[in-house]
Design a protein around this ligand. Structure first.
Ligand SMILES: NC(=O)c1ccc[n+]([C@@H]2O[C@H](COP(=O)([O-])OP(=O)(O)OC[C@H]3O[C@@H](n4cnc5c(N)ncnc54)[C@H](O)[C@@H]3O)[C@@H](O)[C@H]2O)c1
Ligand SMILES: [Zn+2]
Length: 672
């Protein structure tokens, strides 16, 4: 066994170095911090038990990582250190005990400056004679990267100190981080452009600050909070407590965090820790714990440093928000609107205080973006009240038997086909009228006032009937019998009669109400009316292709596709035909006769931007004169109406020799 230790230690150290490189240098961690911390603790334990094995280059003895090649290097005059960690009250007590071992103080009265531990990256900013002249990352603590140009782009960092007699040099130390809102917006933009997103705000901040092109940094929402002073040269001495120094920094224009307070003894430290933990979700920026520092600078100096951290401060950390676990399977759930959501079935894991065994994967794009497979080890993030999410895959742990995730082509609930309309992230079950997952919403909508207007059938009754398996599709409503209804809870003879009467009455309806009642996605009342007026009969609507559907006012590509797909699903047709055979009827819409005019029956295309009419107004105007308005220019096109900045359609029309009219021409034609 003993022989095994050096081997284990080497492996451990190499693993830690690899993780540090990816985290500190590439800003792209391979594993969650919790995993890194576990390995680090293990190494510390082995080294504590075998002090002879400690080497100067062990990860326990060093800070961060070497600076990246692309940047010039900055040597820190005063080393930039790390912090010792505590993860429990016992570890915090041990820290306090180490202080009393070295200094005669009464802990109960010892004052600490208590600060949130901001989750970004440490920077050093040098002001010479009041002017910002240099900025650097922490790097390996001795040497950092020159990021002066990038730091100058951060709005809350003054380029000049706000004071009369500035010190010859003042090195401000602090954390640059990205507030959550900015992080979300940045990721949304990246997603929209199909670019890589950041797993968390810390990576986003580090990746944004360590850019070779400061223009990119300037577009990133970064913020500085200062937490200390490094080099200081001036005739004026600095205040003699840490807290007073922070106040002074604030007074000369350097931003300092507002949550910082003074507290005494173990009790005071714990109170701060718990109150900040409570506020954590509402701060608007990520913190991963508290930093507790002895306030008296003289005592700080007396205590000094151990290898890579001061003895007078500790980071008391919160439980990790990111953990890793195995993705056992993916289940596809069908929502009330037919949206199909992949749900990750996880090996249960404890994250930020709760056991997590499910996480949302959102949609097919998200699965592709993550590149996640079943049996992968994944990184789970649970921040605040947000549903746990998979933010990354630990590729080095992918087993050979990992298998890719197949998005279903048929609905897992009703077996209707699943489609995804171009430009939409969500895939949906098309069996709207038939699908059990969607039936409650569909039925509620079907009976509603502006649809079939069945006022004797409310939500409670629908729920009861569904529970008793008496109601699956809207057609079942028309098969209900009085005895069945009367036997239901809170129903009785009278309500049953009333329900049946209003069901009977609803059979005489209009085409537009019926269309609206079918609950086709994005077909609201107005669209249903336009469809009915345009096509006149249900059969005509059923037979229309996407191009023909797009001729209807207010119907664009997406809506046309929803309507078209609805009729492609045989289950929907079954229900509609059943409704009709059960007696639902309407009069076909009589289409108005349009008087002869130069525009009647012409094929017209609109392009460019109009100044007097909106697109929809122009379309409606043309239709009222009997035009067919379509989206693309072809040989069949009679007129092209071209507004400002018309592009390829105009060129094509000119090539085909098609008459081109201006917006004014159109108005003149229609006024006469
Ligand atoms: N996931 C990985 O692969 C991986 C690899 C390496 C390191 N890490 C993580 O990095 C951390 C270790 O890095 P570290 O050495 O920078 O230590 P640290 O982040 O735990 O603590 C030191 C840092 O805290 C920051 N800080 C925030 N608020 C502060 C305040 N008010 N006062 C003083 N400092 C404040 C400073 O940037 C300082 O450099 C751990 O959380 C570890 O899990 C993760
Ligand atoms: Zn379905």
């Amino acid at each position: 066994m003993a022989n095994n230790i050096p081997h284990t230690i080497d492996e451990l150290r190499n693993k830690l170095r690899e993780y540090e490189y990816h985290y500190h240098v590439l800003d792209n961690p391979l594993v969650p911090d919790a995993e890194y911390d576990r390995l680090m603790n293990e190494l510390k334990k082995i080294e504590a038990e075998n002090p002879a094995l400690i080497t100067v280059d062990s990860p326990t003895q060093r800070v961060g990582a070497k600076p990246l090649d692309g940047f010039s290097q900055v040597k820190h005059k005063v080393p930039m250190l790390s912090l010792d960690n505590a993860f429990s009250d016992e570890e915090l007590e041990a820290f306090l005990r180490r202080i009393t071992d070295r200094a005669t103080v009464n802990i109960a009265n010892l004052e600490f400056c208590c600060e949130p531990k901001l989750d970004g990256l440490a920077v050093s900013i040098l002001y010479e004679n009041g002017v910002l002249t240099q900025a650097a990352t922490r790097g390996d603590g001795a040497t950092g990267e020159d990021i002066t140009a990038n730091i100058r782009t951060i709005r809350n960092i003054p380029l000049k100190l706000n004071m009369a007699n500035p010190p010859a040099s003042l090195e401000v130390r602090g954390e640059v981080f990205m507030p959550q809102r900015g992080f979300e917006q940045l990721n949304e933009k990246a997603l929209a452009k199909g670019e890589k997103t950041f797993a968390n705000p810390r990576n986003a901040a580090a990746g944004s600050l360590r850019q070779l092109d400061p223009k990119i940094t300037s577009q990133r929402p970064l913020v500085l909070n200062a937490y200390g002073v490094g080099v200081y040269e001036s005739e004026q001495p600095l205040p003699d407590t840490h807290f007073a120094r922070l106040q002074w920094l604030k007074s000369i224009g350097i931003p300092v965090n507002n949550e910082i307070i003074l507290a005494k003894g173990m009790k005071g430290l714990l109170e701060f820790y718990h109150s900040i933990a409570q506020k954590r979700d509402s701060l608007g920026y990520d913190i991963d714990g508290t930093v507790l520092k002895i306030n008296d600078i003289q005592l700080q100096e007396q205590l000094g440093f151990i290898s890579k951290a001061p003895r007078w401060a500790i980071a008391y950390k919160f439980p990790a928000q990111e953990e890793m676990t195995v993705l056992n399977d993916v289940e596809f759930q069908v929502g009330r609107t037919g949206a199909i959501t992949p749900v990750a079935k996880l090996e249960p894991v404890f994250v930020a205080g709760v056991t997590v065994s499910n996480a949302t994967l959102h949609n097919g794009d998200e699965i592709a973006r993550l590149g996640v497979c079943i049996h992968d080890t994944v990184i789970i993030r649970r921040a605040g009240d947000v549903i746990p999410q998979i933010v990354g895959v630990v590729l080095e742990k992918r087993p050979e038997f990992a298998k890719s995730i197949q998005f279903p082509t048929a609905c897992p609930v009703c077996n209707s086909s699943v489609i995804r309309i171009e430009g939409e992230a969500v895939a949906r079950c098309t069996g709207g009228l038939f699908c059990n997952a969607q039936r409650k919403e569909i039925l509620k909508h079907f009976v509603s006032r502006k649809a079939m207007d069945i006022d004797g059938v409310g939500v409670k009754l629908i729920e009861q009937l569904m529970e008793k398996e008496l109601l699956h599709t809207p057609a079942d409503l028309f098969k209900l019998e009085k005895e069945t209804l009367a036997r239901l809870e809170r129903m009785g003879e009278k309500s049953a009669t009333k329900a049946l009467l209003s069901i009977e009455k609803s059979k005489a309806t209009t085409l537009s109400r019926f269309l609206f009642a079918l609950g086709i996605r994005e077909v609201g009342e107005a669209t249903a009316l336009n469809l009915a007026n345009h096509f006149g009969t249900l059969d005509a609507i059923r037979q229309a292709n996407v191009e023909q559907l797009k001729e209807v006012q207010d119907v664009g590509e997406v809506v046309a596709n929803h309507i078209y797909r609805f009729w492609l699903e045989p289950h929907n047709i079954e229900v509609v035909e059943e409704l009709i055979s059960l007696g639902v009827h309407w009069d076909d819409v009589v289409q108005q006769e349009i008087k002869d005019n130069p525009l009647k029956d012409k094929n017209v295309v609109l392009t460019g931007s109009l100044s007097q009419l909106t697109r929809d107004q122009a379309k409606a105007l043309l239709q009222s004169f009997g035009c067919k308005v379509s989206g693309s220019v072809s040989k069949k096109t009679d007129f092209l109406i071209a507004g400002e900045k018309a592009g390829s359609k105009l060129t094509k029309a000119q090539e085909l020799g098609i008459t081109v009219l201006s917006e004014q021409d159109l108005i003149d034609l229609t006024v006469e």
